[in-house]
Design a protein around this ligand. Structure first.
Ligand code: PEP
Length: 248
């Protein structure tokens, strides 16, 4: 078992409508309630449109609320964007930043992500910062360099350790059903801790990428893995709970 309190995060991405999202959130919350006290932290990050409703559905339960991305300024003329403080208003405690679907899908740079990390922490959110190599980078043997570069460029000088989680998410493993071998995940997690230096022992490092009820036990049997970030398998309450159970 990991030395740090484990964390299981649901990233619903752009899935869920008002009714289905509330039912899913309530089902997860009911399972978590029945298992109280939880030995790990559990977070749901719904699409922004459902943040308030999901927050209401999980209120008073062991499940915390998170956002999927935020802007780095508090307010302004930024059509379609949401600030960290706005997520705090909605009851969020966590925010996912630097997800590959933002880095690669929206061309976000590590410099921009760094500003987001700083702003989100300033607003009081715990940042779940995603880093990970593409298939081409894996094949060219540059995983370690990419992870180091993304980490160094995405973390502000004044980063608050207590409000920081790193998620190692190989881009080629997200939504593909493919996964690195657990020992390769451990190698990258150790590298992340080394790059983090002094704070590396306390910051939780998660794995994300095609985590499912079938493979979660093997990933979570590694003490280096402080939890998981789950995409598609988090859209089913029983499946998501089966994954989380490996932390109980
Ligand atoms: C993710 O969205 O962060 C993710 C890991 O997705 P999936 O579990 O679907 O691969």
């Amino acid at each position: 078992m990991s030395k740090r309190r484990r964390l299981v995060v649901a990233n619903w991405k752009m899935y869920g409508r008002l009714t289905s999202g509330c039912v899913l959130a309530r089902d997860v919350a009911d399972l978590a309630e029945a298992a109280r006290p939880l030995n790990f932290d559990l977070v749901i990050c719904p699409p922004a449109t459902l943040t308030w409703a999901v927050g209401e559905a999980i209120l008073g339960t062991p499940v915390a609320l998170g956002g999927q991305d935020c802007h780095w300024v508090t307010h302004g003329a930024f059509t379609g964007d949401i600030s960290a403080a706005m997520f705090v208003d909605l009851g969020c405690k966590y925010i996912i930043l630097g997800h590959s679907e933002r880095r690669h899908g929206h061309g976000e740079s590590s410099e921009e992500i760094c500003k987001k990390v700083e702003a989100a922490q300033l607003a009081g959110l715990t940042v779940i910062l995603c880093v990970g190599e593409t298939a081409a980078e894996l094949e060219s043997g540059s995983t370690a360099d990419i992870i180091e570069k993304q980490l160094r460029e995405s973390l502000p000088q004044n980063v608050k350790t207590a409000n920081l989680v790193i998620a190692y998410e190989p881009v080629w493993a997200i939504g593909t059903g493919q996964q690195p071998a657990p020992e390769d995940v451990v190698t990258v997690h150790k590298l992340i801790r080394k790059i983090l230096g002094e704070i590396g022992e306390t910051v939780r490092v998660l794995y994300g990428g095609s985590v499912s009820p079938a493979n979660a036990a093997s990933i979570l049997s590694e003490t280096e893995v402080d939890g998981v970030l789950v995409g598609s398998a988090s859209l089913n309450a029983d499946g998501f709970w089966a994954i989380a159970q490996n932390c109980q």
